[in-house]
Design a protein around this ligand. Sequence first.
Ligand code: HEM
Length: 686
Amino acid sequence: LFQPSGYYNPLEPSLLQNYSAGYPPATSYVSHRSLFHASGPSGPSGPSGYANTFSTGGYSGAPTGIDSGYLGLGSAPLASDPHAICTTPVPHCVDSKYRTIDGSCNNLKNPLWGTPNTQYARLLPSKYADGIHSPPVSVTGTELPSPRLVSIVLFQDLPINDPVWTLITMTWGQIITHDMSMSMGTRQGKAHSTHCCSEDGHLAEYQGPTCFPIKIPDNDPLFGRFNRDCMNFVRSTTDIDTGCNAGHTPAEQLVVVTHWMDASFVYGSTDEMARRLREFVGGRLLTEFRYGRPWPPAAQNKSATCDTQREEEPCYEFGDTRANQNPQLTVLQIIFLREHNRVATVLAHINPHWDDETLYQEARRIVIAEYQHINYYEWLPIILGTDNMVKFGLIQDPAPAHKDYVNDYNDHVEPNTINEHATAGFRYLHSSIQGYFHLFSEYRQRPEVTVRLSDTFNRPEIIEDGDNMDSLTRGLSTQSQEEIDPFFTAEITNYLFRNGKPFGRDLRAIDIQRGRDHGLASYNDVREFCGLPRAYKFQDFADYITPERIEKLESLYASVDDVDLSVGGSLERHIENTLLGPTFLCLSLEQFYRTRVSDRFFYEQPHSPNTFTPEQLNEIRKASLSRLLCDNSDNIHTMQPKGFIKVSQSNPLLACNEYNHIPALDLNYWKDEHAPYGYGNEYKKK
Ligand code: HEM
C-alpha cells in the first residue's frame, strides 16, 4: 500500500490525456459498484429516469457497496518537515477497543486511511488547466467569470426563514463538516496571513506562488464604494507542496483533521492536541470554572484563532482550530465538551475503580456513539431524506430493533472525505446561515436580544455574558435556519470576518474559487456522473434549474462545460423530502454511505472490540439533540423533543425531566461487572 516514493494517483497520465475530450468513463476511476451507476455512468437518460434514482421512484439496483479503491492513499501525519509526510512508516496496529486519536488503525489493512494530512477522495478526475495544478480556464481558452461576479448575479441575499428546521440544523452541519474536513493551508476562522491584495484592495505587487486572488468586478455594489478590486484568496496546500508528488501527476489537496466521523472537533486529531485538552483526572477534558460554570480552557495562541479586542476576552482551545469562528458553533462545541465530562463523571460514580484513561476512553466512545446516532437518525434524514438513506444503505428499513446490530462494515471502502462533497456540495448549506441570530429566555416568546453575525466572528465573548450560554442555546433551537436555496445572507457574502471594518469577504465567491483551486470537475461532469443527462446547451440544464437562472448562467459562462460545480449544484431544484438538488444529493449520499460502512468502530457494528453490548446499544439509541441540550445547559428546563424541528403543537416545549418524551441514556449499563467486590455497588440502577 504505502510507497515511500510517493503514492498511487488515481489519474494515470494516459487517462489524463483523454480528459481534454471530456472525462473518461467514470468506470475507469470509480468502481462499477458505485451507488449512482445502476445503469452505467451515462445513467438513465432523461430527467424522469434520473429522478427515479431517488426516493420517489423505481430505482431497483439495491446498493451493493461502494469501493473507492482507486484512490490508493498512503500519506501520513505531517511532521515538522513537510517532506517527512511521505516517509512516515505505517504504524503497527493493535486491535484496540478504542479508536486512535488520529484515526490510524481503524482499517487494519490500510492503517493510514482516514488519518490527518492525507488526500481528499475524488469522484472524478481533476480539471486543472495544465493537468497538474494550474487553475482551470474556460473550455474556450478565456478566463472563467469572476467568482465575485457570479456571487452577485446568482446568490443574492433574500432572507426566507425555513418553516420547519431550527437554526441548530445549520450549526450541526458545520460541526459535522469540521469533524470530517479542513483543507490544509486554508484559514477557516481568521483572515489568512498571506496577502495577495494590497492593504487598499488592489493586486499586491508580489504574488506568492499560493496566491489566487478573486477579482472584484467594476461597480461592485459594496466593494466598489471602497474602490477595491481584489479579494484575498490563498490556494490550499497540495501533495506537490509537501513534496509527496513530484509534480508529474495532478495535485491533490490534503485534509488536516481525521476524515472519520469521530468527534475530532472535541478530542483533536493528533495525540499532542488530545493531551493538551485533557485534565488527566476522572477521564475529564480540561475546563475552567467561572461563576461556578465550566468553560473550555483558554486558547494557547489567542491571536491565531480569535479577533478579540481586549486582553480579558475569552478565546477557547478545542479539538478543532475553527471552534471560535462564530458563537453558535462555539456553543455547540461547549455542549459536547460538557457532555463528555458529564458522561465521564457518571461513569466514575458507577465504576470507581476505573482509572483516568479508562474513564476518558469510555466516555469518548459513548459521546462519539451518541453523536453518530444523532447524525444518522436525526440530522442526515433532514438533508438527504429518510427514504434515500434507506435506499442507498445509509440506514436500514425497517430500523434495527433496539438491541440489534447492523453488520455492514466493509474494509474495502475508503473513508476519505470527498473533495467534490466538501469543496462544493456541502458548502451549499452555507445558505442556511442566518445573518442575525436571536437569544431567547425560557419562555421563548420573542427574542430578548438579536445579534449581527459579522459582529461576532472569532469573538466568543458574548457566550459567557450573563446567562447567554442558555439564551443562545434556546435561540439555536427556537429560531429558524435560513431556507436552503440560492440565497445567501450578506453577512457572509459581504461581511465575512470583517473584524470591525465596513466590509469583509464573500464566502460564496470563496467557495467558487476554492472549487477552481482544487480543480474540481465541472457541474456538467458531476451531473452526468450522478446520472443526469449531460448538457450540450444551457437549456439542457432546465430539468432542474429555472429558465431565469439558466439565462443568468448563460450571461456569465462561455460554455455549459465551464459552469462551476459549486454554482450549478446550488441552483438545482431540490429532490422531494430533501434539502438538496440531485447532484449534491448524490455527492452527500455517497459520502455518508462511505463514512458509515468504512468505519470499523461505527457504533452499530457487531464484531469489533469496540462493540457495545445489546443493552448498551439500546441506550445509545436514546440519544437525541434535545437531550444533549437539556443535559448540558446551565438553566434550561424545557425543550421540544425534536430539537431540529421548530416548536409546534406536535413538538411542544416539555420539561427536560420528562424522560418518556426526551429519553436519557442509562449509563448503569456500563457498570463493569468485573469490578472488585463492593466497588460502586452503592450506585444502583434507576
Ligand atoms: C456561520 C457559519 C459558517 C461560517 C462563517 C462558515 C465559514 C466557512 C469558511 C470561512 C470556510 C473556508 C473557506 C475557504 O477558504 O475555502 C468554510 C468551509 C466549509 N464550510 Fe463553512 N461556514 C459556516 C457554516 C457552515 C455550514 C452550516 C456548513 C455545512 C452544513 C459548512 C460547510 C463547509 C464546508 C464543507 C467547508 C469546506 C471544509 C474543508 O474541506 O476545508 N459551513 N466555511
